[in-house]
Design a binder for this molecule. Sequence first.
Ligand SMILES: Nc1ncnc2c1ncn2[C@@H]1O[C@H](COP(=O)(O)OP(=O)(O)OP(=O)(O)O)[C@@H](O)[C@H]1O
Length: 341
Amino acid sequence: MISIKGLSKVFQTKDQEVTAVDNLDLTIEKGEIFGVIGYSGAGKSTFIRLLNRLEDPSAGSVVIDDRDVASLKKKELRLARQDIGMIFQHFNLLWSRTVHDNIAFPLEVAGVAKKERDQRVEELIELVGLAGRGQSYPSQLSGGQKQRVGIARALANKPKVLLCDEATSALDPETTDSILDLLVDINQKLNLTIVLITHEMHVIRKICHQVAVMEGGKIVEQGDVLDVFLHPQKKVTKRFVDQVMGDPEKENSLNLIHDTYKSDSILKLHFVGENTNQALISDISRRFNIDVNILHGKITQTQKGAYGTLFVQFSGEQSEIENVVGYIQSTTVEVEVNPSA
Ligand SMILES: Nc1ncnc2c1ncn2[C@@H]1O[C@H](COP(=O)(O)OP(=O)(O)OP(=O)(O)O)[C@@H](O)[C@H]1O
């Protein structure tokens, strides 16, 4: 669906060159919700703006549905942009137009006749949950409602891709969740490909199927959201995972566990998907002659299922503990014995 090859963007400022996006290769499948996460300055905004040519690339190609956006002429680009909707952190609504007229705007630009336009706007207002608010002005709406208008407007021309530029960063946590739910709903109903950029791992965890981590203009880690949560490779990724998983793996917390339970075996269990419940623990305490004590843990939900880490302490004969470890290894739960900090 989207194929990005060798994509770079170098900004030339008065006294230096800044490589904001550095030789990216990426494939995004149709119907996927693909998240790009990174800290400020990582190059996320530049990356997403390259996808609809709000920025011209310095090198490389962005092929969306067999069309290289990077090499389109002005007129072709205007047409191609109808296939690529975008929503923004600060909504970018037209303040002197009503909700209805904001949503109608891209249809007017595309030359859609009034009757058809009005009908489409009504459908969109319904889709984003703003029924009855068509004649309101943006200033009369909450932040979440404004973003719903932004989403409806972005969908007006039935795009194939929706780009979301920090779309929930200006919203409170509850409103953020309702907008994320709406994006999932739209993704499922319309099979729409969504590419979003964010600095919040919560957004990635809640709605994305795939994630790429950006640092210094490059993608330093990428994969299925659950895999990245489970096995973050890079320091920057671990910090993002910690944002939503708390700190069970942080040095202090692990050292404390080790100091407190010096003589016992500490096991770190990774649960994924269906196994994310504690049936295993009760199973073990029934089968083996050991005492089990749950020390610390957290389970969370992602679009691809649940994921969690649990620290448990086993006391008993060494040989029996080895039997337990062997037993856990025969299941799909991953186990680490006396994990190091
Ligand atoms: N128009 C520009 N001219 C010069 N440098 C720029 C320009 N736009 C971005 N940059 C630089 O490119 C780098 C990446 O910026 P970008 O805004 O893409 O990062 P980001 O990850 O989106 O960060 P933020 O969330 O803070 O916007 C930064 O060093 C930034 O200063």
